[in-house]
Design a binder for this molecule. Structure first.
Ligand SMILES: [Fe+2]
Length: 281
């Protein structure tokens, strides 16, 4: 009798753990950053690595979550499209939210993986919804009486449509960042949008106040409090920048764990997809 109860208890615990581990409901993750360069609060929504995954009919679940946070600006930092999944869900999201906010975008690696024609189609969708692509560009924007700079850089995998090689892609990526950094002379709070977190040490040598990234998908499997991700592309096992807030000198980097769900072959474990909200105060 005792043995039977013990078996049932173990089974209940296992089911509970498995359900919690595989939970892929959307989570909202908040960061609060203080800076002397801003007096009125600004709220940023960081949307990344959607990979055109589905969030309800017409992406309404994700759109509603974004709207509920009342952000001032939407930052899309790459891989919002996928190379295997149709662009329809991403387009539905843009259709639902893009008209209501200033929207900025930088490319991720996956946007380049289907070749030039598919890439151009995705860029046209962004243009149709007035999402501003930053590719070695800086935009200065005033919201809530605060003026900030938003810079953006193409993903190194741009080499795939530029017909060069990976080394040229990385060199061009780094050159763009140095170029952008030189433009930042007005003293405004300056944000760099870049898909890649693994270049953190390179970013800290520039003078950006905030760097926003994705790409690492939270390291796919996590043990919160113990292991912040098992594996991330371009970082390998036990990635240093899998998700969270990183600080060095005057540069803060926030890495979103992203919104990918059914696009990944290996399930996320203890790693719910996230919408990141950043309050600048
Ligand atoms: Fe990526």
């Amino acid at each position: 009798m005792y043995k039977k109860k013990k078996t049932i208890l173990i089974a209940i615990i296992l089911v509970f753990l498995l359900t919690a581990a595989l939970d892929n409901r959307l989570k909202i993750v908040y960061y609060k950053l203080e800076t002397d360069k801003i007096s009125n609060p600004l709220r940023l929504a960081l949307i990344t690595d959607l990979h055109s995954c589905r969030y309800g009919e017409n992406e309404q679940k994700l759109a509603a979550a974004i709207n509920a946070q009342k952000p001032d600006i939407l930052m899309f930092v790459g891989d919002i499209f996928d190379d295997q999944i149709s662009d329809a869900n991403t387009e539905a999201l843009l259709s639902a939210v893009a008209a209501d906010y200033p929207c900025y975008y930088v490319t991720g690696n996956h946007e380049y993986w289907r070749g030039t024609q598919a890439f151009n189609t995705k860029m046209q969708i962004l243009a149709d919804y007035n999402v501003k692509r930053l590719a070695t560009d800086t935009d200065t924007i005033t919201i809530n009486e605060e003026t900030i700079n938003i810079c953006g850089v193409d993903d190194p995998d741009a080499y795939r449509v530029n017909n060069t090689d990976i080394q040229s892609g990385i060199a061009s990526f780094q050159k763009q960042i140095v170029q952008l950094n030189k433009l930042n002379t007005n003293g405004n709070y300056t944000i760099l949008l870049t898909h890649r977190p693994e270049y953190f040490q390179f970013y800290t040598k520039q003078s950006f106040d905030l760097v926003l990234c994705g790409h690492a998908h939270g390291g796919q499997w996590r043990l919160p409090g113990l292991i912040n991700g098992i594996y991330a592309p371009n970082q390998g096992f036990l990635p240093k920048y899998a998700g969270g807030q990183y600080q060095e000198n005057d540069t803060t980097m926030i890495v979103s764990r992203g919104l990918a769900r059914e696009s990944t072959r290996i399930p996320r474990i203890f790693n719910r997809p996230e919408l990141v909200i950043i309050d600048l105060t």
